[in-house]
Design a protein. Structure first.
Length: 278
């Protein structure tokens, strides 16, 4: 419990009771990172509901873009832009096309470079477009995506920690990489699958009054398992690519993977179901 509280206070800006720092417990708690995503997801949903209630007399088409902006900003504020900072630093370093040592130096530099700025612009643009497209396609699917993408993207970070060594001799991310073993990955996988499958039917229960056909339920579960599996493979491949570039992963690359995975997840959630239509 202490490790999870440390993880929650480290990875978010949610006010937490003061807990004595324990590096080993913090590192071993990485397997519960998807649970942090569950909390973030419900915070996003809560603010969506509040915002929708406040603007209930305005047309849905007018509110929708604002609603998506609220989701993006709430995510940003809840995490303190911690992972976005990693995304920018990773792009600055990797796309400098320098030596491994120089890339690591650039990634450690707090200043924002042109590659990092471009990555952030593309990230926000793609996230808005993907969420907008998904909401137009299905409000229920959009609700589900909002409460699950923070979970699956954090699961991808756990996959990365279990897949590659740490690139530096020291650093905050090192404790997560050193303490995330196969058993921790299994725990994170179980949490992610139980939550994503369990929450799959919540939007439909909220928006409809009839029971779902068994065929639909089986197909939906299969789609989610496929998407989570593809994201796990993506996280593994991303980690190995980064390992080739700089000799391992860092806290910055973990943050970059988390943010990129959230985009890939929403994209797959738009695309994969189309293969099951008919």
């Amino acid at each position: 419990m202490k490790g999870f509280l440390l993880l929650l206070s480290f990875m978010t800006r949610i006010p937490m009771p003061k807990t004595e720092y324990d590096e080993e417990k913090l590192g071993k708690s990485m397997k519960y990172f998807p649970v942090v995503g569950i909390i973030v997801g419900f915070i996003l949903l809560f603010f969506c509901i509040i915002f929708n209630f406040i603007l209930k007399n305005i047309s849905y088409s007018a509110v929708l873009p604002l609603m998506i902006i609220v989701v993006i900003l709430t995510d940003l504020i809840t995490t303190g832009a911690l992972h976005l900072d990693g995304l920018a630093d990773t792009f600055d370093g990797i796309f400098s096309y320098r030596s491994k040592h120089k890339m690591l130096e650039i990634m450690k530099d707090s200043r924002l470079g042109s590659n990092g700025a471009l990555a952030l612009i593309l990230y926000f643009l793609l996230k808005f477009i993907l969420l907008f497209s998904l909401t137009i396609e299905s409000r229920e699917a959009a609700v589900y995506a909002i409460i699950t993408y923070p979970v699956v993207s954090r699961f991808c970070s756990v996959v990365s920690c279990a897949s590659s060594p740490y690139a530096r001799g020291s650093g905050m991310g090192k404790t997560f990489v050193d303490n995330t073993k196969t058993c921790g990955l299994i725990v994170a996988t179980v949490i992610t699958l139980l939550y994503t499958i369990g929450m799959l039917f919540m939007p439909f229960i909220l928006f409809t009054n009839y029971s779902l056909p068994m065929q639909f339920m089986i197909r939906s579960v299969l789609i989610i398992v496929i998407i989570v599996g593809l994201l796990a493979l993506f996280a593994f491949a991303f980690s190995k690519l980064i390992e080739r570039k700089i000799g391992g992963i860092t806290g910055d690359t973990l943050g970059a993977l988390l943010e990129i995975s959230s985009l890939v997840y929403i994209f797959l959630f738009l695309v994969i179901p189309t293969f099951f239509i008919g």
